[in-house]
Design a protein around this ligand. Sequence first.
Ligand code: ADP
Ligand code: ZN
Length: 435
Amino acid sequence: MPWNKEFECMPVEKLKKFQLEKLKETVELVSKKVPFYKNKFKELGIKAADIKSTEDVAKLPFTVKTDLRDNYPFGLCAVPLTEVVRVHASSGTTGKPITGPYTREDLDQWTECMVRNFWAAGVRPEDIVQNAYGHGLFTGGLGFHQASTKLGCTTVPTSSGLTERQITIMRDFGTTALMCTPSYALTIAERAEELKVDIRSLPLRVGIFGAEPWTIQMRNEIEERMGIKAMEAFGLTELGGPGVAFDCEAQNGLHINEDYYLAEVVDPTTMEPLPLGEKGELIFTSLQRRAMPMIRYRTKDITSLSREKCACGRTFLKMNKVYGRTDDMLIISGVNVFPSQIESLLLDIAEVEPQYRLVVRKKGYLDQLVVQVEGKKEIYEAGKDKRAEVEGKIMGHIKGNMGISVEVNLVEPKFIARSEGKALRVVDERPKQLR
Ligand code: ADP
Ligand code: ZN
C-alpha cells in the first residue's frame, strides 16, 4: 500500500482510541518483559490499568539516552534475541553508540512508515532512486532502501561518499529522486557545479533529506541549486530510525506517524507537558514496536506540535522543523542560540557560501561565539578590506536579529570540511570543566 489513507486521514478521536489501545499493549508488554521498565513502574506504582487516555502517558517515566547506554546492547529488549532479525546502531554523534533491534514485524512497520514518507514526497514506482544515505549500522541507508524497494522504485544504493561517482551515476542512470542528508545534498550540488555538470538540467526532480537539522533557507538553497523539490524525513535510531515523521506537499511541518508513535512536547527544565504550539523537547512513545519498545523517549530535539488542518488531507499531528538538539544549544550572553538560527541568517548574505561552523571559546568568564563562514571566491580574493566589510555586515545582521555579539571570520573557500553525512556545526573549544 503506497499510502495508508485509513490511518493517515483518520478522524482524530478514532486515532486517539487506536493509540490508547496500543499504548496499553506497550505498557503491558514492557512491564512484563523489560526489567528496566518493570522496576521503574514498580517504584512509581504504575500499572497498565492506570492508562485510561492517551494523556495518561504523562504518568509514565521518561527514558533517556543513558538508559540505553546502561543497558547496552540488548538489555531493553522485550523479545528474545532469536526473534530479533536486525540490529542497527546510532551514528554516535554524541557518544557511545546505542542499539536499535528489530523483529520482522518491526521491520515491516518501519518500511510502511518510510513508504508513506516517499509517497507524500511525491516519489512513485517509476522513479529512479539514488540512496546516498550511509548504508550500514546507520538507519538511514537501509531505512530508505527498504521503502524504495517496497514501493517498486528502481533503487540505486550508492551509500554516502565518492561524490564524483554519485554525480556520474546521477547523470548516467537518469536518477529522478535523491536520498541523503541535506548537507550532503549541498556537497553534491557544489561538486557538480565544479565539474560543470548542470544538475538542474538532469532528470532529478525530488529529494528526501533528513537526519540533521536544516533551515527553510537551506531547503530553498538546495531546491534552487538542484532544481528539485527538497522534502524531509525525520527519525532516530531509538525509535526505529527515519520514518517517525515526514514531509507532505504543504512543506510546512512534518506529519508524525501517529499510529506508531505517540508524541509530546515538554518543557526541558520542568519536564511538564506543553500545549500544542509551544516549543520544547520532543518526546516519543512507540506504540507498536516489539523488539525494543520505548516509553517517553527524550529526543533532545527542540520543536513544537500542531494539529491544524493540512492541505494534504492528513490528520496526523505535525511537528515543526527541528530547531536543533539541546546538546548543540549554546548560551551566548545569556541568550539560547541554536546553530539553525545562525544558519538562516548566514543564508541571507549574498557574499558567502552556505558553509559554516560555530566555534565556542572562553574569553575570560564569558563564552564567545566565533562564526566561521566561507566567503564566495571573488569576495575572499578581493582582499582584507572587503572581507572586513562583509564580516561587519554579518555581525550586524546577527546582532540585529538575535541581539548577540559574535565574532565573524570570513574564511577561504573550501576551508570547512564538506559533509558526506551529518554536518559538524559546533566546535566546542572551551575546557571540558567549563562547558
Ligand atoms: P545520533 O543521535 O547518533 O545522531 P541518529 O542517527 O539516530 O543518531 O540521529 C537522530 C537524530 O538526528 C535526531 O534525534 C535529530 O536530532 C536528528 N534528525 C533526524 N532527522 C532530522 C530532521 N529531519 N531534522 C532535524 N534533525 C533531525
Ligand atoms: Zn500534510
